[in-house]
Design a protein around this ligand. Structure first.
Ligand SMILES: *Cc1c(COP(=O)(O)O)cnc(C)c1O
Length: 344
């Protein structure tokens, strides 16, 4: 299927002039900065940060083995999701396609932008039905959001199916890999070169343990990246975040160790949950959480709260009847959860 980026970009986005920040309007090494109405008396943060996050992108490029011009950084992946919709979907006219159940922010961002959400059900194993998905695509469908590993089910979507959809869709396929570090499966980053319409989202909020810093990473062709850069708020990544993230990225070992421990705990927790009489099914997980079907999710959710333990009640979500989504915690936290469930 023909992918024509130029035709896909909203007309107003194509013709608009982006904001030009003070720091964009000169070249060379200045030492007296009287261009941005900053306070000249130094604090650690009196200057505006680099709007292009050059140092940070260089480091991310190194870690992810991509070019710097294939990277867009957002104030969390949530900002990237919003910008993708704003770049490609004309309000009241275009739509996004979202296989359900999945992460809620795709639909929320679409609603904020007055963009229609077209939904299709995942299979009972929470995988995509390629044929049905393709049938749901209309000329107005501009974005297809695929979350793999999927939230809240925890499973990976079939690689073959994602590839097939990328080949058969003339819009943009967004593969949200927020949890990919908890999976043995290779990231879709390696497939960017094969599909001009592929966008891969990752985040520092989960495996890297930096949710509070708000850094989402988007990988795509330089052309798609340029569109996002054109419409982003100029200083969307704070100087504090850029500095601190660079420090953490310098030591990937810390992340690897945390992931390793979480994976050990995940297997343990899954096994132990499976032996409880108030748990009727434990779904396989490639993420840092487990979806578990309970005898009575609502009641158990409330009971857990009385013991000071909060999990996510997903029982009203499609295909998730009586399900709780449980994040893998520390050994002590997981033990507390299991103890509480045993006492019920
Ligand atoms: C947690 C999560 C994110 C992360 O969003 P940030 O804004 O980067 O914190 C993105 N996608 C999915 C599916 C998630 O579960």
């Amino acid at each position: 299927m023909e992918f024509n980026l130029d035709k896909l970009i909203r007309q107003n986005v194509k013709t608009m002039k982006p904001y030009s920040s003070a720091r964009d309007e000169f070249e060379g090494d200045a030492s007296v900065f009287l261009d941005a109405n900053e306070n000249p008396y130094p604090s650690a943060y009196n200057r505006y940060p680099d709007p292009h996050q050059k140092k940070l992108k260089k480091k991310v490029a190194e870690i992810k083995d991509v070019n710097e011009n294939q990277i867009f950084l957002g104030n969390g992946s949530d900002e990237v999701i919003d910008l993708l919709i704003r770049a490609f979907c004309e309000p009241k006219t275009d739509e996004i396609l979202v296989p359900q159940p999945t992460y809620g922010m795709y639909s929320v961002c679409a609603a904020i932008n007055n963009v229609k959400v077209s939904e299709i059900l995942l299979t009972s194993e929470f995988d995509i039905n390629v044929e049905a998905t393709i049938k749901t695509i209309t000329p107005q469908t501009k974005l297809l959001f695929l979350c793999s590993p999927n939230n809240p089910s925890g499973n990976l979507l079939s690689t073959k199916s994602i590839v097939e959809l990328a080949k058969n869709f003339s819009g943009v396929v967004v593969v949200d890999e927020a949890y990919i570090d908890f999976s043995k499966r290779e990231s879709f980053l390696t497939k960017l070169k094969d599909h001009a319409n592929l966008v891969v989202l990752q985040t520092l909020s989960k495996a890297w343990g930096l949710a509070s810093l708000r850094l989402g990473m988007c990988f795509a062709s330089p052309e798609i990246i340029s569109v996002l850069s054109k419409i982003k708020p100029p200083y969307n990544i704070s100087g504090l975040t850029q500095d601190v993230v660079l420090k953490y990225l310098a030591d990937g070992k810390q992340k690897d160790e945390a992931v390793k421990e979480i994976l050990t705990q995940r297997e343990q927790l899954a096994k132990n949950l499976g032996q409880l009489k108030n748990v009727t099914k434990v779904y396989p997980s490639d993420a840092n959480f487990i979806l578990a079907k309970m005898t009575d999710a609502k009641q158990i959710y409330k009971y857990l709260l009385t013991t000071g333990i909060v999990v996510r009640d997903r029982s009203t979500v499609l295909l998730c009847d009586n399900c709780l989504r449980i994040t893998v915690g520390t050994p002590v936290e997981n033990e507390k959860l299991l103890d509480a469930l045993k006492r019920l």
